[in-house]
Ligand binder design. Structure first.
Ligand SMILES: [Zn+2]
Length: 289
């Protein structure tokens, strides 16, 4: 199944919903960074959530960054999404090995540990919007749920799942975000809460072959679900040698001189996708000018 995001409404527009299937995104991130299973799950969940959050933005050039700084062994995660389903991201530590948690699942909460989540939305205004919360469980979905309630004042339910196969590749990835608009009657909210308690986990739904539309149908099917649109989603990095050379140019003159005086070509890797760019001494001298 290709990766894509659907957007929908239910209960006469009182609920808005997003769902994604993102196996390709999570697998591309795993391949780029060589992550171990628990980091594959953590990064895959955050990429899936951020891809959906990106499509909540209005402008073509809007960018959303979710940054987790944490004291667990993964150390941190950074993910950036645009409004068109494109997402990229990286972990601070790609390889973390932890025993499975009490439920026999990859211990994402243990790998992340206590910390903070910052959401930065750059919507072309003078100042970006910044929201920050303390991580609740480090399991990502619960943390995003708390972020929406505490920082954006939008009651939400977030479900995210990444299933890692026995060969460590990504077998399934996906998720959903449900949001309740202001003034929604209590009985609608209670009905939704009841449904969320009843549904299987995201990975179970994906394993059963459910599409994003079908995941939403399971939750909102009897609440007047209306799919409004669909967007292709992909792990996509927009780095280039030009961009990396601009980053090198921001180094201080002394640091640049030191590198040039070493007399050897350097290799600079893009943090987001790990692609390596080689710069010869002559090119560095050109940048120095
Ligand atoms: Zn890149």
């Amino acid at each position: 199944m290709r990766d894509y995001i659907v957007r929908a409404t239910a209960a006469d527009g009182q609920i808005r919903a997003f769902a994604i299937t993102s196996r390709g995104i999570a697998e591309a991130a795993r391949t780029a960074h060589g992550t171990s299973p628990v980091v594959t799950a953590a990064l895959g969940r955050l990429l899936s959530g951020a891809a959906m959050m990106g499509t909540m933005m209005k402008g073509e050039k809007d960018l959303l960054t979710v940054q987790i700084q944490c004291s667990g062994p993964v150390g941190g995660l950074t993910v950036t999404a645009d409004a068109n389903g494109h997402v990229k991201g990286f972990p601070r530590e790609a390889v973390v090995d932890l025993p499975l948690n009490a439920q026999g699942k990859l211990d994402v909460g243990g790998a992340v540990g206590p910390g903070v989540m910052r959401v930065v939305k750059d919507m072309g205004l003078k100042e970006p919007y910044v929201g920050q919360i303390a991580l609740q469980t480090g399991e990502i979905a619960e943390d995003l749920t708390y972020y929406f309630a505490a920082s954006e004042q939008v009651p939400s339910a977030v479900g995210l799942g990444v299933l890692v196969d026995t060969d460590y590749s990504v077998k399934q990835a996906g998720g959903f975000i449900l949001q309740v608009m202001p003034y929604t009657p209590d009985e609608v909210i209670e009905g939704l809460e009841q449904k969320i308690r009843e549904i299987p986990s995201v990975t179970k739904m994906l394993e059963a072959g459910r599409t994003p539309e079908e995941m939403l149908d399971l939750i909102l099917g009897d609440m007047g679900l209306r799919i409004t649109d669909e967007t292709d989603a992909a792990f996509l990095c927009d780095c280039s040698k030009e961009r990396v050379s601009r980053a090198i140019a921001t180094l201080g003159e002394k640091d640049l001189d030191d590198i040039i005086n070493d007399g050897e070509a350097i290799e600079v890797k893009c943090q987001f996708c790990n692609k390596a760019y080689r710069f010869e001494v002559d090119e560095l001298k050109e940048i120095r000018k």
